[in-house]
Write a protein that binds this ligand. Sequence first.
Ligand code: SF4
Length: 378
Amino acid sequence: MCSVNFMDTTLSVEEQAVADRIQELKDMLGEDLLILGHHYQRDSIVMHADFLGDSFMLSQKAAESKAKHIVFCGVHFMAESADILTSDDQNVILPNLRAGCSMADMATLSEVEVAWDEILKESGLKDPITRDDPGQPVGKEEAYLVPVTYMNSSADLKDFVGRHGGVVCTSSNAEGVLNWAFERAGPKGAVLFFPDQHLGRNTGLAMGISTEHMPTWTPGIGAMGELKGARIVLWHGFCSVHKRFTPQQIHEFRAQYPDGIVVVHPECPRETVELADANGSTQYIRNFVNDQPAGSSIAIGTEINMVARLAAEHPDKHIECLDEEICPCSTMYMIHPAYLMDVLERLVDGEVPNQIVVPQDVQAGSLLALNRMLAILK
Ligand code: SF4
């Protein structure tokens, strides 16, 4: 099993007692237990994870796992995806049920259904659900609307996407997924991309699609821009953490470190991504920082727990968060070690606490959409 590379964490006496108890409980549960940790979790959680990764890597680990109990130290949509990808006799557990994602909450099924009908009507495109084989490529003369949802979305949206011939993406595979979707939309077709406008726009621009072919859809308001001839219709969602990173911060960092390098997450606004030296998923950012030579000065535009961990792992480099005000993800931070200890205690006692169960009626479509993603190379 791959072990997690984390830095020595200085813990108080109370925190050390919790950490020791978590280790005892892990030992008792043995191979029945798998703990998955997202890069944005605090060190005192990451130190207990069997795997640390981004949402793509963790979804792969969940799909491959045979463990009876999978404790997901991340947010709600990640645990839902893990439940969809695992068998019925495996339990997926979220240590704090309040750990959601504000971006995922920006698109609901009813809002997407309204948008879908309106966009089909206004654009003249066809719904892939009308075909016998909605997940297959189409001919040059055909023009469909294909839905693509970011992993950061609820299971009922993934089900919608799967049923309508679409696919899930993460920030590490968005371009590959969009290429897949365009083969199913046709050269005159389009993609409806939700909920993160920035990931969709930044990926579309990197693929050579102009902003005039990427109108935005805001629930309750409608389209901003021309739907006829659009290639990507962007949902008006965003990440409250990543939208804080600005071009001004990059200018200030470069004024202080003229040879400094800036790497940001593609959930950041377009202007920030365009000014940065590089952009990519959390795993990409980790690899990017690893590849820089000793003595480098690097500013990172992503969540602070991950930036602080990278800084501690690379004492030979100057690493700082692009936003001086510090920007933790408040919902990721809801996974406290005490909650992790509590769910493990209850598992040892024979309970299954805080289980995430995706309703049966949305399992099939969401599994289809996730499996299509897992089959696409990055
Ligand atoms: S960092 Fe942003 S997208 Fe990720 S879980 Fe937090 S709010 Fe959601």
